[in-house]
Design a protein around this ligand. Structure first.
Ligand SMILES: Cc1ncc(COP(=O)(O)O)c(C=O)c1O
Length: 391
């Protein structure tokens, strides 16, 4: 068997040298030898998820700007760019610094209100098209100050709350007021609008009414802007649950799904995909069967996170592929306790099981690297380059 292609690989990223050698377990020549707990990514499934989203957006004249918070990996980002994404979205400035290696067109979909981060955005904007979603005068003033003093231009999208109630100005009139503020601010360029339909989690076939409401809200803002001589060249929206219904919001020019690349039990139980579309999974090993009615695995909350499944909060902390009747009932930091009483044949000590987490994004953020799986090839290590990048 050929030795694994990737042993210790080194990379210069954002001034930090990152070494990936899977804690010394780099000589892995089959999936069964990967040390657990491990994040394992199936290349076929990733390509299928990317191709499907690209085909949809292309068919509907939408641009695709995936959110990289799900994978935090340059390798995945490059796959997205190479399969039809025209740019990338990030949540954090430190992620932007890393993802700028994969694209020169970035959107920071998160408020910036401090000068330190504004200056870092401006540095990225020297070499890249850089846009930021903003919902406050404070954000506009801070970014303008940083951009003007560096003689750089940063694009701004006005963040409008369309029902998720997290960020975003609260009315079309408020969006106009902020757009006018951007328009008269030095160093800033008004590029359009931004919204996040994170509250729409009904199955796709039941979303039409909510999406139509969003469409109405956006149209009101677009019309108001137009009456005041402002154009929203970009209207950025999208999430994984609504991604394939985005054409029902005709105002959108681009969408930003993130989770779709991997999927998880939230997207499976929400009816947005099937189990087979889940391309990132956790492999764990049964490390104890001493307590009757349960086994303990080596994946606890530091691997699976304590996220519950939105559509099925009682279903436990993930889905065990090999044992559908098992329930990951309790998590300690490094132990997962699985209730096996409903299993015909319980998992045995030393056995490896495959888990689809409830929410894959925070799980990925806990890993330094993942194992990339291709048929007939040795597992290959990839970096989770932006893990822990929260600034
Ligand atoms: C602003 C923004 N855009 C896009 C996304 C991607 O949505 P999803 O995780 O449903 O793919 C998120 C997710 O949190 C987000 O916060």
């Amino acid at each position: 068997v050929a030795r694994t292609a990737t042993n210790a690989s080194r990379k210069q990223l954002g001034g930090h040298r990152i070494e990936v050698d899977a804690d010394g377990f780099s000589e892995i020549d089959d999936q069964a030898s990967i040390p657990t707990p491990a994040l394992v990514i199936n290349g076929d499934r990733v390509r299928r998820n990317l191709a499907s989203m690209s085909a949809y957006t292309k068919a509907h004249g939408l641009k695709l700007r995936p959110h990289t918070k799900t994978h935090k990996s340059l390798e995945l980002a490059r796959h997205q760019v190479n399969s039809g994404s025209f740019g990338l979205t990030v949540a954090k400035v430190s992620e932007a610094t890393i993802m700028a290696e994969a694209t020169d067109d970035l959107l920071l979909g998160y408020p910036v209100v401090d000068l330190l981060r504004a200056r870092r955005i401006v540095e990225i904007a020297r070499l890249n098209t850089m846009r930021v979603a903003i919902d406050s005068v404070c954000g506009v003033e801070t970014l303008s100050q940083a951009a003007e003093s560096a003689s750089v231009t940063v694009g701004v999208l006005v963040d409008i709350d369309i029902g998720h109630h997290r960020t975003g100005v609260q009315s079309p009139e408020a969006s106009l007021a902020l757009a006018l503020e951007v328009n008269r601010s030095r160093g800033l360029r008004l590029d359009g609008m931004f919204c996040f339909p994170g509250h729409i989690i009904a199955p796709p076939s039941l979303q039409a009414q909510e999406l139509s409401l969003v469409s109405g809200q956006l149209q009101e803002a677009v019309d108001l802007w137009k009456r005041h001589g402002l154009e929203a060249a970009i209207v950025s929206g999208g999430s994984t649950p609504t991604a394939y219904q985005s054409h029902l919001i005709p105002q959108l020019t681009e969408i930003r799904p993130g989770t779709y690349v991997f999927n998880d039990m939230n997207t499976v139980r929400g009816h947005f995909c099937t189990l087979d579309d889940c391309s990132a999974r956790i492999i764990a090993t049964v490390v104890s069967d001493a307590v009757p009615g349960q086994v303990a695995i080596d994946a606890g909350s530091k691997t699976l996170t304590e996220s519950c499944c939105i559509a099925a909060p009682e279903s436990g902390y993930g889905y065990v592929i090999e044992y559908p009747a098992a329930r990951i009932a309790t998590l300690n930091e490094e132990h997962g306790l699985i209730d096996i009483r409903a299993c015909n044949r319980p998992p045995t000590i030393g056995e490896r099981i495959t888990i689809i987490p409830n929410h894959i994004c925070p799980c990925v953020n806990l890993q330094e690297y993942a194992w990339w799986i291709e048929p007939d090839e040795n597992p290959r290590l990839i970096n989770v380059d932006a893990r822990g990048k929260l600034l």
